[in-house]
Ligand binder design. Structure first.
Ligand code: SAM
Length: 232
């Protein structure tokens, strides 16, 4: 009966996509174990990864790959970041509940969901209109409600600055001064900077008005576009 009725077909497709069963929870726990082995130690970050249903951020054929530690295409030439990368950036950001955070590069919304699990107040900005619209429609259905913005995040969001933390999830050619200017005193930004093939993960902390730079491992992100990115 259900299979023949288009309403029920639509409804069951929706429920299937949003279903979070013991198998998916088991796969997530295995992913968390792998992240711990790879050196992610912050238990709050690992708990957030264990909670967010990554498979819901995937479409059709790729669904079965949702708990592999890999980046995957999300359309528009963009990707959902590798879980290790999400965990690494989140850990290095050292967020506290209540922090005001800016994310540049909403993409699928997965990183946003992980940050919201940690109790932050999140502004997330996406350059690609189709991804912005898709994620803005989908994320609240999972109970995640950041402030969504469409535009060039390489310029930050001066109207809402300063931010306790800024996370950039696309590879930048430089550290945009527009972003460091929008950091609160004591705040930090995590940003991959390099060429279009690989980037060093940098943490920039504002201490007594000065910027302190730390450099971590190399990663490979899609390019940051816009005024302070690789121009579109
Ligand atoms: N955080 C994302 C997630 O969890 O799926 C990963 C996003 S993907 C690696 C990078 C995203 O940055 C893409 O969606 C891309 O469109 C976006 N982007 C690139 N340049 C941007 C800019 N100047 N402002 C805002 N978003 C930008």
């Amino acid at each position: 009966m259900e299979g023949k009725n288009p309403f029920f077909t639509l409804k069951s497709h929706f429920l299937e996509k949003f279903e979070d069963n013991y198998r998916q929870r088991g796969l997530r726990n295995q992913l968390v174990k792998k992240l711990r082995q790879k050196g992610i130690l912050d238990e709050k970050v690992l708990a957030a990864i264990a909670k967010v249903p990554r498979h819901v951020f995937f479409d059709g054929a790729l669904l079965t790959h949702a708990y592999e530690d890999k980046a995957f295409p999300i359309g528009e030439g963009q990707t959902i970041s590798q879980p290790y990368t999400v965990a690494f950036q989140t850990e290095k950001l050292q967020v506290k509940s209540g922090d005001k955070v800016l994310e540049v590069g909403t993409g699928s919304g997965y990183q946003a969901a992980v940050l919201l699990e940690l109790g932050v107040k999140l502004y997330t900005i996406e350059y690609n209109r189709k991804l912005y619209e898709k994620t803005k429609a989908m994320l609240p259905q999972l109970g995640y409600n950041p402030f969504f913005l469409h535009g060039d995040g390489s310029k930050g969001l001066p109207a809402k600055a300063p931010f306790d933390k800024i996370i950039v999830t696309a590879g930048a050619p430089i550290v945009p001064a527009a972003l460091t200017e929008q950091l609160a005193e004591g705040g930090c930004m995590i940003i991959p900077v390099g060429d279009q093939e690989k980037q060093a993960m940098l943490r920039i902390t504002k201490k007594n008005g000065k910027l302190v730079k730390e450099e971590f491992d190399n990663f490979a992100f899609v390019p940051l576009l816009g005024a302070h990115g690789w121009k579109s």
